[in-house]
Unconditional design. Structure first.
Length: 164
């Protein structure tokens, strides 16, 4: 007569298996209760993704173009030790303003430097407390101070990732 699989365990192993089962059931029930009691808290710490450059252009029709030539930037924060922040900024500008586009293209390195300098004077926790929207508003203001032939009204980030 064969013994069943569970009967092959010693008493100690059966007790450990029971404790693991109780912990697993507790975690599942606690998770279900938290999710159903406070659904607005689920994913609260996650970043809301900005629209893609293509969808920004499509949404505005032919009145707006998107400048994406700044590419992916690796900024460092004022923390000690430094924290690396990877950002891929892009912004919209009036599509029919060729002179403004040329100014942006000519000042591309200055704009990159401005963005990198902005992050280098802030610490990671400070940037997190400020929030991505405030960071974008301040960057728009600084960029517009550099531009003479026009201004940008919206900035987006494809990536906004802190590396520890």
């Amino acid at each position: 007569m064969k013994k069943k699989f569970l009967w092959n365990f010693s008493l100690f192993q059966k007790i450990l298996l029971g404790i693991i089962a109780v912990i697993l059931v507790f975690v599942l029930f606690a998770s279900a209760i938290i999710i159903t009691a406070k659904p607005e808290q689920v994913g609260k710490g996650l970043r809301k993704i900005d629209p893609s450059p293509v969808s920004v252009e499509k949404k505005s029709g032919s009145t707006t173009s998107v400048y994406t030539d700044l590419g992916q930037l690796r900024a460092i924060t004022a923390d000690d030790p430094v924290v690396v922040l990877i950002i891929t900024p892009y912004f919209s500008y009036p599509a029919n303003d060729k002179a403004f586009f040329e100014e942006i293209a000519q000042k591309k390195l200055q704009l990159k430097s401005l963005i990198l300098n902005y992050f280098s004077v802030h610490e990671k926790e400070e940037l997190i407390k400020m929030g991505e929207d405030k960071v974008k508003k301040e960057l728009i203001q600084k960029i517009n101070e550099e531009l003479m032939l026009g201004s940008i009204s919206a900035m987006y980030f494809n990536e906004y990732i802190f590396l520890n």
